[in-house]
Design a protein around this ligand. Structure first.
Ligand code: CP
Length: 319
């Protein structure tokens, strides 16, 4: 069902492959809730995490996922690496490749950098977020969270709100939710709505209350100041007033609508702190839990493909 060598983006996955990942991740959720959280799916394999941008959730969950699957996991410390002496991304990757890793998990600030790297190495590469391009495991963990809360990942009305223009999370979610035949609404001030986004077949709103009417899922996004050059909003106060999610604005959504946020969160900027902590509406902590299970599922499936490829190559040599 899932035959890929790398996981670089949702755009390369079929709906069947997405469902296969979610089904396996459901099984890893059960494992992760046990006292002994150990599997041997990656036994004997080496996983290297290369994070060229800051991360809490993604890096920690990839590390835990690898360890729970029995891999040897190394976190490359970019701050202390030879990248600081001017070494290029490709030279760094080729150096690590020469040490025979099986899985490389990469986050980079430039869109397309992870795809380029994947074309140069012998192992499986997982995109942990590249520029504004894709963050595939975030969209998959969001899909798993939605499916567990709503009982399905099709035919829902999902609002994605905030800084769409700079968000790889929005882009990956847009692609995944579209492939699964959901109705998608994007809500943002015109300055934070990317050009050409209408081509994805979603509805666009700059009025948050109108955009939230009748939605099943409300996905909030952070203002990604690290990717902005120039002023995109008049002030954080004004932004919160118009686009910050609070109980009053959420009342336009369905009474059982869930609130999501990929993190890191800026309370009082894009979301009210009390609402973020409201366990009756917010599934933000569930998203973090699903992140470990989804990353275990993705690495397990890629490792199976890697073993099958290597087995086929060995058989050719013997023949
Ligand atoms: N959602 C997400 O990617 O969070 P981190 O930047 O903390 O990894």
């Amino acid at each position: 069902m899932f035959r890929a060598r790398h996981l670089l983006g949702i755009e390369h996955l079929s709906p069947q492959e997405i469902l296969a990942i979610l089904d396996l991740a459901d099984r890893y959720v059960d494992l992760n809730r046990r006292t002994v959280k150990q599997s041997d799916a990656l036994a004997g394999m080496t996983q290297i995490n290369m994070f060229f941008e800051n991360s809490t959730r993604t890096q920690a969950s990839f590390e835990l996922a690898g360890k729970r699957l029995g891999a040897d996991v190394m976190n490359m410390s970019v701050a202390q690496s030879s990248v600081k002496k001017g070494e290029t991304l490709i030279d760094t990757a080729m150096t690590l490749n020469a040490m025979h890793p099986d899985l490389l998990v990469v986050r980079h600030g430039s869109s397309g950098a992870v795809n380029l790297l994947a074309s140069k190495v012998n192992c499986a590469v997982l995109n942990a977020g590249d520029g504004r391009h894709e963050h595939p495991t975030q969209a998959l963990l969001d899909a798993l969270t939605i499916r567990r809360a709503k009982g399905r990942i099709q035919r829902l009305t999902v609002a994605i709100c905030g800084d769409i223009a700079h968000s790889r999370v929005a882009r990956s979610n847009l692609i995944l939710l579209g492939k699964m035949e959901n109705r998608i609404r994007l809500i943002a001030p015109p300055t934070l709505m990317p050009a050409g986004v209408g081509d994805f077949g979603c509805e666009l709103f700059d009025d948050m209350r109108k955009g939230l009417e009748g939605t099943d899922v409300v996905m909030m996004l952070r203002l990604q100041r690290e990717r902005m050059d120039g002023g995109f909003i008049p002030s954080e106060r004004e932004y919160y007033h118009r686009y910050g999610l609070d109980a009053e604005k959420l009342s336009a959504a369905k009474p059982d609508a869930i609130v999501m946020h990929p993190g890191p969160m800026n309370r009082g900027v894009e979301i009210d702190g009390e609402l973020a902590d409201d366990i009756n509406r917010s599934v933000i902590q569930e998203q973090v839990e699903m992140g470990v299970a989804v990353r275990m599922a993705c690495m397990d499936l890629l490792a199976r493909n890697l073993r099958a490829d290597r087995g086929a190559k060995a058989a050719e040599v013997m023949a």
